[in-house]
Write a protein that binds this ligand. Sequence first.
Ligand SMILES: Cc1cc2nc3c(=O)[nH]c(=O)nc-3n(C[C@H](O)[C@H](O)[C@H](O)COP(=O)(O)OP(=O)(O)OC[C@H]3O[C@@H](n4cnc5c(N)ncnc54)[C@H](O)[C@@H]3O)c2cc1C
Ligand SMILES: NC(=O)c1ccc[n+]([C@@H]2O[C@H](COP(=O)([O-])OP(=O)(O)OC[C@H]3O[C@@H](n4cnc5c(N)ncnc54)[C@H](O)[C@@H]3O)[C@@H](O)[C@H]2O)c1
Length: 573
Amino acid sequence: MHAVSLSTSHPHSSPAIARSNHFGLYSITPSNKPLNLPFCGLRSEAQGIFQLKRSETHRAIVSSRRRAKKLSASLSNNGSAPTSFDYDLVIIGAGVGGHGAALHAVEKGLKTAIIEGDVIGGTCVNRGCVPSKALLAVSGRMRELQNDHHLKALGLQVSAAGYDRQGVADHANNLASKIRNNLTNSLKALGVDILTGVGTILGPQKVKYGQVGFSDNVVTAKDIIIATGSVPFVPKGIEVDGKTVITSDHALKLEFVPEWIAIVGSGYIGLEFSDVYTALGSEVTFIEALDQLMPGFDPEIGKLAQRVLIHPRKIDFHTGVFASKITPAKDGKPVTIEMIDAKTKEPKDTLEVDAALIATGRAPFTKGLGLENINVVTQRGFVPVDERMQVIDADGKMVPHLYCIGDANGKMMLAHAASAQGISVVEQVSGKDHVLNHLSIPAACFTHPEISMVGLTEPQARDKAEKEGFEISIAKASFKANTKALAENEGEGLAKLIYRPDNGEILGVHIFGLHAADLIHEASNAIALGTRIQDIKFAVHAHPTLSEILDELFKSAQVNDRVFSSTNEPVAV
Ligand SMILES: Cc1cc2nc3c(=O)[nH]c(=O)nc-3n(C[C@H](O)[C@H](O)[C@H](O)COP(=O)(O)OP(=O)(O)OC[C@H]3O[C@@H](n4cnc5c(N)ncnc54)[C@H](O)[C@@H]3O)c2cc1C
Ligand SMILES: NC(=O)c1ccc[n+]([C@@H]2O[C@H](COP(=O)([O-])OP(=O)(O)OC[C@H]3O[C@@H](n4cnc5c(N)ncnc54)[C@H](O)[C@@H]3O)[C@@H](O)[C@H]2O)c1
């Protein structure tokens, strides 16, 4: 027997309900899976296609909403799981992770609500990817207009380039507003309920939301996704005043362009802001705890990037040191930075600068989520999850119907990773098992030129090869040999492929050069789909394009001359 469930307040809400048809009727098709919604008063056990007039549907909505209200109000025992639900899916946090999950949930016919305690779009849209890329778009153009050598080579003459700080800041702010509106409108248009306030888990499948200490509304959901993201991490001893000692949250507003700024941390944020500040005329000093700059990147690519992005610019650096104490500028005194040796903890230098940007990583935002109500203990603030993003409790057991995606689980702090994890969870709660291959998720640093990567770095690949007993090979292609790059007078760049010569598996690809962030997707898609070098090397690329760099890379790889089966395992002939 098939159960049919109905919830018509959301036209896309249940897999059992087809879209509203031309005749103003809702057609209801049987589902194999009972949905257990509280709106299921009209649940029918019969099989076949059902049709219901709109007036009847309206009555059903009103009475089911009343029932839902009663149900929520009557929830007193937080520890026990409810047996019927207000929603199929409730997502806590409307950043890019939550948004991506909500959109996919609607596509899958799930009745979905998203709880947001601040503004829609989260870090990426309001304080991250979006405004930072607007600033980087300006820095890229400034850099080009200031590069006489480059312009002369193209036969161009431009009089001195300048900028209006407020105009640049407005560009970043306006872009964030535009994208935030787009995101909000897309949720509304698809019928996702936006519930305003801080979400707290009360018990299994139960969440309260509202202004803390004021209104508490309770909703129940068959499945819950935590997508509460992260905030800047500020190490002990550093005093952030938001004016002269700042995090990326403040820097993105571009309230001033300091003459000399120290950037603590040379990861993604540090590098991207060094690109912005130096293009706008600042001098930059990096303070990096590890022994080299850009420690997270493939070392060879990092070295080349350093030669282009650091050495020729007004940037100096201190590596192997911690910024142990930073005091904001006050009473005419500059910002003071005390540094200690990262290993010995002995005092090193003291710097006096106009401003300091703290770019030392991000901390998960999981406080107040009520994880203690479901026996979950965070690890350094991160919510522990398995490979399917299912939350793991303090006893190492999976918490049923609870998932955590995005920065809050710490697996990969990238916008598209958060969204991909959300989509993966929705696939699972819709009945299809799905495990996201994180090694196929690309990353990019949007400096000029850009750095991009997917999969393993060379040291990681060598380590894996040694443990698992296989060989690795490296292939490289230079931007200097690419017609399009040379036409743009942008020959500085390298693409690097790390692969298994025995079976053609792609282990990692790293690119430094013009539009590297766009170029990486051929490699990341190949890894995601399991495409091997012996196949992708026959793919055809338009000429003259930068994509021919990857063509060159795959063609220059030497995969052992053996016959491969359809599963790409070598077969005897
Ligand atoms: C300066 C900067 C630049 C970046 N650039 C890039 C880039 O170019 N590319 C890239 O891929 N990544 C970039 N990132 C990283 C990217 O922004 C994050 O990985 C991404 O935003 C994580 O998404 P999320 O949905 O997990 O969390 P978030 O975007 O942080 O969203 C979480 C949301 O949850 C809400 N929330 C938290 N707790 C609660 C609660 N209890 N109840 C209700 N709501 C709650 C928050 O208000 C927030 O809106 C950048 C980050 C920064 C800081
Ligand atoms: N283009 C992008 O995709 C992009 C851009 C910006 C941010 N992000 C994401 O945001 C997250 C945060 O970025 P981030 O640059 O802050 O972190 P990060 O982890 O990339 O780099 C932090 C750096 O700070 C150093 N550090 C830490 N503590 C220090 C101390 N006390 N003194 C000196 N150095 C110290 C670390 O060694 C590291 O090199 C990243 O995980 C990244 O994924 C992505």
